[in-house]
Write a protein that binds this ligand. Structure first.
Ligand code: 4NP
Length: 155
């Protein structure tokens, strides 16, 4: 079993998009029983709010199912509960560490660091561009799933 928590600033745009994209990939490969997948925010800005319309519209356009989502903030206990805490950008990583303390079990990663083009995923809340965000999240999730499948094989 691999437990993954996707994390961004608000938990209404990028991290829920990553959560549902990753769940869809996992479902299509028949691996659902091997994963627990969720998402959270580093900030308190959007707590209790649903996914951004741009994220919902993009998921619908791509035929990716999603369930009701309510933004929640990362808490220190999540570090014990999850195997991987996956941020979208370097600023998220700094804020994750601020909340959980030291990453002494090496669980904190940036999503695109699993790809051959490591970089931050721009925030569509500011850019308004959900296409670029979706394409990058999709690439990151595909690479992360390959990484996880190797871990499952070795487990
Ligand atoms: P997200 O985008 O981190 O991808 O969910 C944002 C959503 C809300 C805010 C910032 C970023 N905000 O400041 O409220």
């Amino acid at each position: 079993m691999i437990k993954i928590l996707f994390i961004c600033l608000g938990n209404i745009c990028r991290s829920p998009m990553a959560e549902f994209v990753f769940k869809d990939l996992v479902r299509k490969q028949g691996l659902e029983q091997n994963f627990i997948i969720n998402s959270a925010a580093t900030s308190t800005e959007e707590i209790g709010n649903t996914m951004h319309y741009g994220t919902r519209r993009k998921l619908e356009e791509k035929g990716i199912p999603y369930t009701e989502h309510t933004a929640r903030q990362l808490i220190k206990k999540d570090y014990e509960k999850y195997d991987y805490l996956i941020g979208m950008e370097e600023k998220n990583i700094k804020n994750i560490i601020r909340i959980i303390g030291e990453d002494n079990k090496n669980k904190v990663f940036r999503l695109l660091d699993f790809t051959d083009k490591p970089k931050d995923i721009a925030d569509p809340w500011y850019t308004g561009n959900f296409d670029i965000t979706y394409n990058e999240i999709s690439k990151g999730c595909i690479a992360l799933l390959e990484y996880c499948k190797n871990k499952l094989l070795k487990a």
